[in-house]
Design a protein around this ligand. Structure first.
Ligand code: AMP
Length: 596
């Protein structure tokens, strides 16, 4: 397929050239030469560092250095509320607000390395809390606001978060009943001002704390290896994994945005990802600010008309979004896009799931520009593989490795050994040579799981892929049973565990069922305990039960009853078999299937 796949530039000749009136020269023009000349030490030199050699702090690079320079009065964050109001924060504003937040933490005795969890939608306080936390040397731990109590509880407890920043509504809906089972939590800082919540112990109102706090804060010395960000991700088994990143990650956030998102100093950037997921932090908060850009944040959920209006009215120049959203826009039709004009739009990028070739091409139809797919994951902290602005796009391919990133396709040869697959167009596991700055430094409290990621000098990504003759990488699928739904990674085990807590459920197996828009939807197969009858009422009850506990982002959308769930002789659920049966595919090797 890679060799014969037509390139976009062949189908749309204008693709290989700068678009429209744009005279902007891409940052990466000569791929081979840039790769050969690139070093992470040099990338580090593009950043400032704390004054007087006191180290490297993400918030200094993102905010304070611009607030002290000629970008002081530039809009850093342009926030669009759900109800249509707008708030702009200049770099100077953001510096003051984040300093106040850091002082609030300090006054509460929250210090270096202490995890500060934030459970909120895309509201300004989330961004202020994230950067203020980093200023204070504490660890920013975002929690997706569409999580239910169960995923929130497990994540706060794994993180041992001492502080939670959230809204009154989310507190009432998801936290209040959990308080007794969150032992590490000392302070809850509420964004709203509901008087009845005021009386609860440990609950404070952020606004009044901020009003009393000083707007000056000196960032303490920060070692580049100090913990900064804790992002949760999912595996096939066990609890969610807390991937820890350090302040040095900012070197990669900055450099990768320059290459893969083609940031230029006057860009107005819109990353549609929620900071509850890694893209929304690395590129939704940090990278646009380290570059001194204006970053647009929309509080509202997806809406095709609204998105087109934002692209037009905010004069977005660089837009970073996700395949599910693009597929939803495609459903609304290119004509809807064509009712708007996007003269400022220069570069379109996508991440999080495979981007269909049709979607790349549809970008041209709707915006006169293709989408540039890129690949990375929570553990890598930043973009690793990308289709670059100056290079031909191969629709369906993730692109080529970034400067400073060495990628290989490997094959497992025995328990703890791999060999590198040199032959092009050969499937294997996508592997990366460790050493880039935003690489995770561990899974919190799970050294064993971390160690298992490294074999033969490579970090194994868990993705299957192949490389074509020209060095473009093509995604094939996950090597494990993790589910990707609307761009979010979901661990089947987390869903099965909650279903098993329902009194009617004896066994549960969870798979990702292919979906034309969301890529996959979570589907559960359930075997009932004796005395329970499979029927529609019970199905609805189980769906509701899971939704309340897990939240809309994680809960199954479909449930089927089965007399038993296939397991191997070691008792492990054979999700692959469930999936094959669901899709009517060959069942593969079932020699280990336990007789049931
Ligand atoms: P997360 O850690 O939640 O960001 O999810 C990372 C996973 O999403 C990767 O390991 C891939 O399985 C998938 N993914 C991310 N970007 C792409 C892409 N461009 N194409 C295909 N899969 C992707």
């Amino acid at each position: 397929m890679p060799e014969s796949a037509p390139t976009l530039s062949a189908r749309w000749p204008a693709i290989a050239k700068p678009h429209g009136a744009s005279t902007v020269v891409p940052n990466l023009v000569d791929y081979e030469r840039t790769r050969a000349e690139f070093s992470w030490a040099q990338a580090r030199a593009d950043l400032d560092g704390l004054p007087n050699g006191r180290g490297l702090n993400i918030a200094h690079e993102a905010v304070d250095r611009h607030a002290a320079g000629d970008r002081r009065n530039r809009v850093a964050l342009g926030w669009l509320s759900k109800d249509g109001t707008r708030r702009d924060f200049t770099y100077a504003d953001l510096c003051d607000e984040t300093s106040r937040f850091a002082n609030v933490l300090k006054s509460l005795g929250v210090g270096k390395g202490d995890p500060v969890a934030v459970l909120a939608g895309r509201i300004p306080e989330l961004y202020i809390a994230a950067l203020g936390t980093l200023k204070n040397g504490s660890v920013f731990t975002p929690l997706f606001s569409a999580f239910g109590p169960e995923p929130i509880q497990s994540r706060i407890n794994i993180a041992r978060a001492t502080v939670l920043v959230t809204t009154d509504a989310l507190y009432r809906k998801k936290i209040e009943a959990l308080r007794g089972s969150l032992p590490s939590l000392q302070h809850v800082l509420l964004v709203g001002e509901t008087p009845s919540i005021q009386k609860l112990s440990g609950v404070r109102h952020l606004r009044s704390l901020m009003a009393d706090a000083d707007q000056h804060f000196t960032i303490p010395p920060t070692d580049p290896e100090d913990a900064a960000l804790l992002h949760f991700t999912s595996g096939t088994t066990g609890k969610p994994k807390g991937a820890l990143h350090v302040h040095e990650a900012v070197v990669a956030h900055h450099a990768t945005a320059r290459f893969a998102l083609d940031f230029h100093p006057d860009d107005v950037f819109w990353c549609t990802a929620d900071p509850g997921w890694v893209t929304g932090t690395s590129y939704g908060i940090i990278a646009p600010l380290t570059h001194g850009l204006t970053s647009i944040v929309d509080e509202a959920d997806f809406d095709a008309g609204r998105w087109y209006s934002i692209l037009q009215a905010e004069r977005i120049t660089v837009w970073y979004t996700a395949p599910t959203a693009i597929r939803m826009l495609m459903k609304a039709g290119a004509a809807a896009a064509r009712q708007h004009a996007f003269p400022s739009l220069r570069f379109l990028a996508s991440v999080g799931e495979p981007l269909n070739p049709e979607a790349v091409a549809w970008g041209v139809e709707a915006f006169d520009k293709p989408f540039h797919d890129n690949w990375w994951q929570t553990e890598t902290g930043g973009i690793m593989i990308a289709n670059f602005a100056a290079m031909e796009i191969r629709p369906g391919s993730m692109g080529r490795p970034l400067p400073g990133i060495d990628v290989a396709i490997v094959r497992h040869v025995g328990e703890d050994a791999i060999e590198v697959v040199e032959a092009p167009d050969t499937e294997g596991e996508l592997a990366l040579r460790p050493g880039w700055p935003s690489m995770f430094r561990g899974y919190l409290s799970d050294e064993e799981r971390y160690r298992k990621c490294f074999v033969g000098g490579y970090y194994l990504t868990g993705d299957l892929a192949k490389r074509d003759r020209d060095g473009y990488y093509w995604f094939i699928g996950r090597a494990d049973d993790v589910i990707k739904s609307s761009g979010h990674l979901i661990g089947p085990f987390e869903v099965e565990s909650v279903l098993l807590e329902h009194p009617a459920v004896a066994e549960a197996g969870v798979i990702g069922k292919p979906d034309p828009v969301a890529l996959e939807v979570v589907k559960a197969f359930v075997a009932l305990k004796l005395g329970y009858e499979p029927n529609e009422t019970l199905k609805r009850e189980l769906l509701g039960f899971a939704r309340v506990r897990l939240g809309a982002a994680v809960a199954p959308k479909e449930i089927d009853f089965r007399p038993s769930i296939p397991k191997n002789r070691a008792g492990k659920i054979m999700r692959r078999l469930l999936k094959a049966r669901e899709l009517g595919l060959p069942e593969g090797d079932i020699s280990t299937l336990e007789a049931s």
